[in-house]
Each structure stands twice: as C-alpha cells, then as structure tokens.
Ligand binder design. Structure first.
Ligand code: 8DG
Length: 129
C-alpha cells in the first residue's frame, strides 16, 4: 500500500480557470479535473506539474503557490492531490492527452462532472468552503 502523489494546476486567465476532461479510456474516464498527473519518484512537485501540463496540453505554465492539498480515497487507492495556483503564459492549449478542455469561471464549474477528489477544490474556488 502506498500513497499516490498527484499534482494539479489551477491555471488562471483573467477570471477563468482551465479545466480538462479525462480521456474516455482513462480511469475516471470523461470526468473533469484540474490538469496534471502523477509525480515521479524523486521529482520536485512543481517540476512534475510543468512536465504534466506539457504532456497533457502541450503548454508551458508558471507554477506558483500551493492552493489546496486534498487527501482522498478511491476505494483502496489513496491519493494526495497537490493543487497549485499557476500563471498562464499565453500559449494555446491542445488536447494532446485529454478529451477536451474549457476555460470556465468558478461558478460555471457547477455544470461539470468533476472527479470526487476535486469537489472540495471547486467549492474553495467558489468561496463556499
Ligand atoms: N491530474 C489530476 N488527477 C486527478 C485530479 N483529481 C483526481 O482525483 N485525480 C486522480 C485521477 C487519477 O487517479 C490520478 C492522476 O492520474 P493521471 O492518470 O492523471 O496521471 P498521469 O497523467 O501521470 O497518468 P499516466 O501517465 O499513468 O497515464 O489522480 C485532478 O484534479 N487532476
């Protein structure tokens, strides 16, 4: 048994945040999430997050301060989700390793089906934690 460390980016562009939809073939397929992924052994979390955003969206970001840390259990699977505020550097994202993406306001996130672990993150962004 071990904890899976996952980094996720809260990428701000004016009043909107980038959300991504998982591929239908992935676990939690078609759920919406904050883009990111699993941290590799020995990797700095901010470096890992920059790497994941390139792999997923083919885009460079500036990784800032931590926004929230979520400990969540999906059955036997325990994940530690590190969510960082990130700066948008102006590059257009692409669906390199995701189904879709959208720029949405925190209020608009209510219309999307997020992975369970993200629900408290969405609430915090909406200011209703
Ligand atoms: N990236 C990301 N993953 C999340 C979020 N919420 C959440 O429960 N997860 C879960 C889904 C997965 O079980 C795990 C992340 O795995 P992943 O499949 O995205 O990671 P990865 O890109 O490194 O995957 P892979 O190389 O193994 O295909 O964390 C979130 O907001 N962002």
């Amino acid at each position: 048994m071990h904890i899976l460390v996952v980094t996720a980016a809260i990428i701000h562009r004016e009043d909107k945040i980038l959300i991504a939809q998982r591929k239908s073939s992935a676990e939690h397929g078609l759920k919406w999430e904050f883009p990111g992924g699993k941290l590799n052994y020995g990797e700095d979390p901010k470096d890992g997050l920059r790497r994941e955003i390139i792999e997923e969206l083919d885009m460079e970001i500036q990784v800032g301060d931590i926004f929230e840390v979520i400990s969540h259990h999906y059955g036997e699977r325990h994940i530690l989700l590190l969510c960082y505020h990130c700066g948008y550097l102006g590059q257009r994202p692409s669906t390199r390793d995701c189904q879709d993406f959208r720029w949405v306001t925190p209020a608009e996130m209510a219309q999307y089906d997020f992975s369970e672990a993200d629900v408290p993150v969405v609430k915090k962004l909406q200011g209703i934690k």
